[in-house]
Design a protein around this ligand. Sequence first.
Ligand SMILES: [Zn+2]
Length: 186
Amino acid sequence: MSITAAMPTAKKRPRRTRTKRVSHLPAIKLSRLLPSHIDLHDPLKPSLVCADCETWVPITGMQSKTQKLVPHHTGRADVAAAIRCRSSNRLVEWDLTIPEWHKALTDAIKEAASRTATTVLPKAFSPATDQTLRARAQRTPAGRLADWNTVLPGVAATDAHRQVVPAGDAPTQSPTVPLDKLKIGH
Ligand SMILES: [Zn+2]
């Protein structure tokens, strides 16, 4: 079957959704996927290769209790036909921590590199990013607290900065406005 202009084409995939729908298919276990089919480089914008349609699909719900694949069509946006993938809204089970994934990926790349000498290894995370990843990977109250502890000093500094009134703003030459004598209607 060929695709004509009259047929709807696949929609762009949303990065995150709020839909409550959950697929009836069993949850996708990260540990069952190839590390190269998971992308957790940005823990807030993870994605994985959907086993059904074999394309990259964002995972939504990183800030909530459950994580799912976003609803998606099977093919490339604007090109393929609008066919809904059966793994839309499918739950994702985090049975793999982000450091574990990163190690598995690095190992897989190293192994490939030993066969083909030209492969470039991914850059190591900075210590700050690594700390954030570890905290997030734990997905426990302690982990979330560690997340907040990482960002709070920055937030506090910004707030404090915002409250500082520059000394030069007070008019030094003009007379003081007699606020206590101001009356409306006179
Ligand atoms: Zn899919």
